[in-house]
Design a protein around this ligand. Structure first.
Ligand SMILES: Cc1cc2nc3c(=O)[nH]c(=O)nc-3n(C[C@H](O)[C@H](O)[C@H](O)COP(=O)(O)OP(=O)(O)OC[C@H]3O[C@@H](n4cnc5c(N)ncnc54)[C@H](O)[C@@H]3O)c2cc1C
Length: 610
């Protein structure tokens, strides 16, 4: 059978039973013969004809969207009111999330630019996902999956692709006593929450904490998608106390490349279960539902903010040394998370959070440090006084309460008729639709906090911060967590170096929303490349004291060379085996995802056969 006829026949049977259709697909057939596989693009003779798209549309209950770029008004009239309105809306992550053509990061200079798919299946149920997976496989299409759309690496968008868009799969159900399927008698029933693949953390926290009075470990940024974060491992502000978000996964429903709907948990499909816990989103299948354990809520959550400037480089070194020893002595425990940044202007910025303490207790912890700073006015000045706040934990993600009592820390979805619960942290607002100039991260080993080692860390932080601000995200390193949470994190695909890290150091820069080719709204390439160079220099200084540091798959360098080692370390071989088992033909491709080394950078050409 010649290729054209073969494709035509395959096109006529998009929803064949898996076993049959798999042997017929061009991907399978061609890979088996060693011929490079090329995914089809619009305009290619094998691109599915309209009749086929109509069949898919019917199969998914009409939920097939022909995706239009929202940039069209800007291409037609960059100075026009419609274009200005589009860029205004782009600062609203809920607007972005509700648009099939947009992503929360608009691009990364010299790496990628957000591009709409040709078609999107706005999935509402697992059957829609099955139909889309089958269609993409049979027609040899580039397939992408988007949930919350927060990938920094651009892994939830691709031109010329079919998108599975899970936004509408947003149900949230609480359980008092959940037992994973097939685990009866092996696992004790426990409180849990099941969410659809499109749920975001803000709505999940609202259901679990505000309404349910419980805690679920998720992400810090409220508009991140649950499915994307869990698959990348995932850290929230309180991860030192509750561990890795993925470690709280009890069960997932996953549509694999063969179109099967599989249950994955510790007792059923355990390798798939292990792989989606930190193995990276969009690589092993499409997760359609997740069930996460919930835990007891503490009485209080709170935060400490402030900024201290040193008046000379020598004073800055002292301040850095004092901050490191203060962190080690007082904050390196399960109460404390989030960040302290070391800035080029000889200042440190404090944005810490705590759990399980009240305001007075937290203030007592910080008092000696503040007194030390205040006692040397010749060396230091409080650019922002240290401020300690606490709130009843149950109100932490309570949008109405926060709008009323802490209006400066939340930003509301400003679209007419937007749900009351659509808010985000003001601290994350700057990242809405921004364009990255560079982003690197490194897990810093807790050994650097030992008294005899602290001077090395201090020197590295000082040297690094001469180039660019370095933020230590303490909640994104698990050293200091409980034995139980460390064991649960160890049973995930994430790089094991996270277990011994006291923090994830992040050095990054970005600019406002912009797109190449839109006059007046183009990325600033000169600034971007300068920032990227500064970030590299700053990270090189840190890596001198942490040469084997891994980096967090979701918050790492697009250009990372040894990404397999960096993101997954000793777990990569096992992860690659899971990939071969569940997606042997590489239907699911993402930049620097497991198995992506077998594909061209754009995921359209298979370079090596399975
Ligand atoms: C502003 C901002 C703040 C962030 N804050 C944090 C933080 O506090 N803690 C933290 O750990 N991380 C954080 N991240 C990183 C974030 O967790 C990851 O980028 C995460 O993968 C985003 O998930 P998403 O669903 O929102 O994004 P998407 O871009 O939709 O998805 C991310 C990846 O997962 C895949 N994917 C999504 N849904 C599915 C699905 N149902 N099945 C299979 N694959 C799927 C996509 O294909 C893509 O490859 C942040 C990112 C941003 C942009």
């Amino acid at each position: 059978m010649n290729r054209r006829r073969f494709l035509k026949n395959a096109a006529a049977i998009p929803l064949l039973p898996i076993a049959v259709s798999q042997t017929l697909t061009t991907t399978a057939g061609r890979a088996a013969t060693g011929i490079p596989v090329r995914r089809v693009r619009p305009g290619d003779p094998s691109w599915p004809p309209e009749t086929e798209w109509n069949k898919l549309k019917q199969a998914v209950g009409g939920r097939l969207i022909e995706v239009e770029s929202p940039l069209v008004p800007c291409q037609n009239s960059p100075d026009g009111a419609a274009c200005a309105e589009f860029f205004r809306q782009l600062k609203n992550p809920y607007y972005i999330g509700d648009h099939p053509a947009l992503t929360q990061t608009s691009g990364w200079v010299d790496a990628w630019t957000s591009a709409p798919s040709v078609y999107a299946v706005a999935a509402k149920k697992a059957e829609d996902v099955v139909a889309a997976v089958q269609f993409a496989r049979v027609h040899n299409l580039r397939l992408v999956v988007k949930g919350g759309g927060h990938s920094y690496q651009g892994t939830s968008n691709s031109a010329d692709s079919l998108l599975i868009w899970t936004r509408a799969m947003n149900s949230i159900v609480l359980h008092d006593a959940f037992v994973a399927e097939g685990c009866a008698g092996k696992q004790a029933p426990q409180p849990a929450v099941s969410v659809g693949a499109g749920a975001i953390w803000m709505h999940t926290y609202d259901a679990v904490t505000t309404k349910g009075g419980r805690y679920v470990q998720g992400g810090g940024c409220a508009t991140v998608g649950v499915a994307g974060l869990i698959q990348s491992g995932g850290f929230g502000s309180f991860s030192k106390n509750y561990g890795l978000a993925a470690a709280g996964l009890l069960e997932a429903e996953v549509v694999t490349a063969d179109g099967a709907v599989r249950i994955a948990n510790a007792c059923t499909n355990p390798e798939l279960f292990w792989g989606i816990k930190g193995g990276g989103g969009g690589s092993l299948g499409v997760v359609t539902r997740l069930t996460l354990r919930t835990r007891e809520l503490p009485k209080h959550f709170g935060a400490v903010f402030g900024k201290i400037k040193a008046k000379s480089p020598a004073a800055f070194r002292n301040l850095t040394a004092r901050t490191v020893s203060f962190y080690h002595d007082q904050l390196f425990n399960r109460h404390w998370g989030e960040q302290i940044s070391f800035e080029p202007g000889n200042s440190i910025k404090i944005s810490m959070v705590f759990q399980g303490l009240n305001r007075q207790e937290a203030d007592n912890v910080w008092r000696p440090f503040q007194d030390w700073v205040a006692g040397a006015p010749q060396d230091f000045v409080f650019e922002e006084p240290v401020k300690v706040v606490d709130i009843p934990a149950r109100h932490f993600w309570d949008a109405s309460y926060m709008k009323k009592n802490h209006p400066d820390v939340v930003v509301a979805d400003d679209r007419p008729g937007a749900p009351e619960g659509n808010v985000l942290w003001a601290g994350d607002h700057g990242q809405a639709a921004f364009v990255l100039h560079g982003y690197r991260s490194a897990w810093l080993p807790a050994s650097l906090l030992q008294k005899g080692q602290q001077h090395r860390l201090v020197e590295a932080l000082v040297a690094s911060s001469r180039h660019r601000g370095v933020a230590l995200h303490f909640n994104k390193g698990l050293a200091g967590a409980s034995t139980e949470d460390l064991a649960a994190a160890k049973d995930t695909a994430m790089n094991p170096t996270v277990l011994d890290a006291f923090a994830l150091a992040i050095i990054a820069a970005g600019g406002p929303p912009s797109f190449p080719g839109i006059p007046g709204h183009e990325p600033d390439l000169i600034a971007a490349r300068r920032h990227a160079s500064e970030i590299n220099k700053a990270m090189d200084e840190l890596l001198k004291v942490a040469p084997a540091a891994g980096s967090y798959v979701s918050e790492s360098d697009f250009f990372e060379r040894s990404w397999q080692q960096s993101h997954w370390g000793s777990n990569y071989l096992r992860l690659a085996a899971a990939k071969r088992k569940y997606d042997p033909l590489g239907l699911f491709f993402v930049h620097h995802g497991v198995g992506s080394e077998e594909w061209s950078a754009d995921g359209f050409t298979r370079l090596t056969g399975p």
